[in-house]
Ligand binder design. Sequence first.
Ligand SMILES: Cc1cc2nc3c(=O)[nH]c(=O)nc-3n(C[C@H](O)[C@H](O)[C@H](O)COP(=O)(O)OP(=O)(O)OC[C@H]3O[C@@H](n4cnc5c(N)ncnc54)[C@H](O)[C@@H]3O)c2cc1C
Length: 411
Amino acid sequence: MSGLMQVPTGLGDLSSWLAAMGFALLAANCLLSGRFRWLTGLWSIDSVMRTHQWLGRLALAIFLAHPILYFDVPETMSAIGYGWGILALIFLVALVMTALSRDEQGYRYEAWRMSHGLLSLLVMVLGYGHILGSSGLVKRAPDLSLALLLCVLIASGSLIWAYVGRPIMLAGRRFEVRSLACVADRTWSLTLSQQSGPVFSFRAGQFVWLRAKSPWNTVDHPFSLASEPRADGTIEFLVKEAGDFTRALQQELPIGSPVYLDGPYGNFTLPVQSFAPAGLLFIAGGIGLAPLLSILRSIYSQEVPEQSLLACPVVLVVGNRHEGQLLAQAELKAFSRRGLVVHQVVSEPSREWTGLVGQTDEQVLAPLLPSDPRGWQVYVCGPGPMMDGVTRLLKSRGFRAAQIHSERFRT
Ligand SMILES: Cc1cc2nc3c(=O)[nH]c(=O)nc-3n(C[C@H](O)[C@H](O)[C@H](O)COP(=O)(O)OP(=O)(O)OC[C@H]3O[C@@H](n4cnc5c(N)ncnc54)[C@H](O)[C@@H]3O)c2cc1C
């Protein structure tokens, strides 16, 4: 019988099979985080990352059970093999724990991401060394050891692609910073123009990973495209200051400096074909307006003839803390003359404010929702707690999960 067809013959073999599964999960996780468009290009980043996190936890549970299941098995293993196995387990615990406690511990994102990649590679290589030192199932099942070697190759291939292949590919398509302007409280409009390479095409609502200055820069940041696809090839982003990079945009992205875009990614877009919704509802919190503005621009931009505008109500609700944070006011006003219904909500208004007051929660949103949700499509983007609250509200009002589309600004 071929090695891969063997069935567990005891606790030891069961443990080995479990570990082989764990190994395959780790390799799958390397693929998931490798931003391969053929694999994840059309999922939301949120679904990809949630799957990645659950696979990581499952793999850790399996590898913690692996040595316990061996407790009565007289298997011979070289001392080095044991050592590598123990080290692999320690690094795996560190890998998962640092990922789970990332927010509470306040690690610098870039340092955390680099260590996450390195720890993954160490776990795979040490784990494979441990397997080679074993005299158990893998020795009796050559197909299994080949499959495990394939897992190591997949994991290291993903890393080599991320750190070598992708920069080479990105170098072939260069953008340049055309303008950078502060357009609202701690919020910047960044415009790029393409200088070389194949034409960058995207769908309104998608996002890219942006690399400043050099394609070999190991740090890149995800940003939604805020512009619609334009004939002149310029691209706009709206960036809110959040940390090291976004608070130093003028130094990181001086006018004329090169920029490299990895993407586009994501499925926070309007369907391409046979799209005839009963209505479209866009709900944005703060900078979450960026991808929604891209979609609205693609619907209402002057390049689109009036008659091709969607023949359904289109409603936008935008929540902000104060009026200084409002974005694209003039443009939204122009869109409202072409049919868009805009509701601006501010939670800490000035005396002059005449719009809605409050949070983007049930109290404010409930009166704005359609009485019959059938056929409506809702697009939500904003801070995590706001998105969770809005999703709960929509579901309680009869919207099905398939009608609710969301983009989370978090990886
Ligand atoms: C799909 C998506 C689309 C986004 N679109 C926009 C947008 O249009 N406008 C906007 O202002 N912001 C957007 N963001 C958020 C933006 O990526 C972060 O605010 C930015 O990367 C923060 O970097 P920093 O170094 O300034 O801050 P940091 O203090 O380093 O990070 C603040 C938080 O941002 C996240 N983050 C930081 N760096 C990265 C990175 N390299 N990759 C992934 N996440 C990171 C982490 O959760 C981190 O805790 C988007 C995020 C995602 C996932």
